[in-house]
Design a protein around this ligand. Structure first.
Ligand code: PLP
Ligand code: COI
Length: 366
């Protein structure tokens, strides 16, 4: 389904009459955590089968009104994105590769039979929201404003077909580190019983159902003293796919960097950025099938020297240990890898404006 509109939408703005006072906002920004606090406004655009995208607004943040028969509540026709906005030392506000999020939302929309939102309208929505809530972009080191664009099937209809009424919203949440312990090496739990995605499924789409499928194995991970769950391919239960909310990389002694091939995993924007940065340093980067056995043997022989997770929320975080039912790889107190930390420094350096942006990744919003 494509949209019929050919010009970027114009946004109507209704400023909030209940903006948080400066002192309250500053207290939140001093210790934002992750995903707990939200700014004063949100951006919304409506879509209908007959009118295409229309009614673009920036309005006070608040509850959605949804009919109890809205098909998202029954059939989970929903997609979302996650991207961060940074305050640079010169006071400007920049988003990291927002066009890539717009394009991934379009790919997710195709898979979930939702209407595609143009890149121009996606960017306009985040620009308008960030402009009105600019004071919510934190200034402390390693903090940012996390944007959560999402699209839901809002038509009230219980027949199982693609909805004829859809809403797109963007909300914003000041963010500190995703893992409260910061960049300490992660322990991850190998899910040997559950899969996240299968061939022909929705694994490559950023849709709530994939995360719903991850919650029970993620709860097991917590029980096992691990922070994240690792999923394997659903057919052979052999090949490493990704974590509940992050992609994974393995670094070999000879400098080769390996990451699982696309197909049933989310095509992470951090993943593609890391591949680019590693290649530019002269590392050979391989996207291919990678087994847990190869990981275990590689660590035992000294051939694999580092593993790390990456994603918007997690940035780049070292993996110290994989815990499975009958074996473990690595150790919880493993030292973070040198390449892991140096790629993290380079990526965050670009994001916070400490290093030049040779790739044109940082889009100025304000
Ligand atoms: N894989 C999953 C399942 C995710 O939820 C995320 C986070 O968005 C990623 C990978 C990494 O994607 P990105 O780097 O675009 O944030
Ligand atoms: C993100 O990194 O944006 C995600 O959606 C993953 C989730 C762990 C917050």
């Amino acid at each position: 389904m494509t949209t019929t509109e050919s010009f970027p939408l114009a946004f109507d703005t209704t400023p909030s009459a209940a903006r948080r006072a400066d002192a309250e906002r500053e207290a939140i920004l001093a210790d934002p955590g992750f995903g707990k606090h939200f700014t004063d406004h949100m951006a919304s655009i409506a879509w209908s089968f007959d009118r295409g995208w229309h009614d673009a607004v920036v309005k006070p943040y608040g509850p959605l009104q949804l009919d109890p028969a809205a098909s998202v509540l029954h059939y989970a026709q929903e997609i979302f994105e996650g991207l961060k906005v940074y305050r640079w030392a010169d006071g400007s506000i920049r988003a990291f590769r927002p066009e890539a999020n717009a394009e991934r939302l379009q790919r997710s929309a195709r898979r979930l039979a939702l209407p595609e939102l143009s890149t121009a309208d996606f960017l306009a929505a985040i620009e308008r929201l960030v402009a009105i809530d600019a004071d919510w972009v934190p200034t402390a080191p390693e903090t940012s404003l996390y944007l959560r664009p999402f699209m839901i099937a809002s038509e009230a209809f219980l027949g199982v077909r693609a909805a004829h009424g859809v809403d797109f919203h963007v909300i914003a949440s000041p963010a500190g580190a995703y893992f409260p312990d910061g960049v300490k090496p992660l322990s991850i739990w190998l899910s040997q019983d559950f899969s996240r995605a299968g061939r022909g499924g929705m694994g490559a789409a950023k849709t709530g159902g994939n995360y719903a499928a991850s919650l029970l194995p993620q709860a097991e991970a917590y029980e096992q003293g691990c922070q994240q769950v690792l999923f394997l391919d659903s057919e052979e239960r052999t090949y490493v796919e990704e974590l509940g909310g992050m992609n994974v990389f393995f670094v070999h002694r000879d400098g080769t960097v390996v990451t699982p091939a696309l197909g049933t995993i989310l095509e992470g924007i951090t993943r593609s950025s890391v591949m680019r940065l590693a290649e530019e340093r002269g590392h050979r980067v391989e996207e291919r099938r990678f087994t847990v056995e190869e990981w275990r043997e590689g660590v035992e022989s000294g051939d694999i020297v580092e593993a790390f997770a990456c994603g918007t929320a997690a940035v780049i975080t070292p993996i110290g240990r994989l815990k499975a039912r009958d074996f473990e790889i690595g150790a919880p107190d493993a030292e973070p890898g040198a390449l892991t930390m140096s790629l993290r420094d380079e990526l965050t350096g670009i994001q916070y404006g400490r290093l030049p942006d040779h790739h044109g990744w940082m889009r100025r919003l304000a």
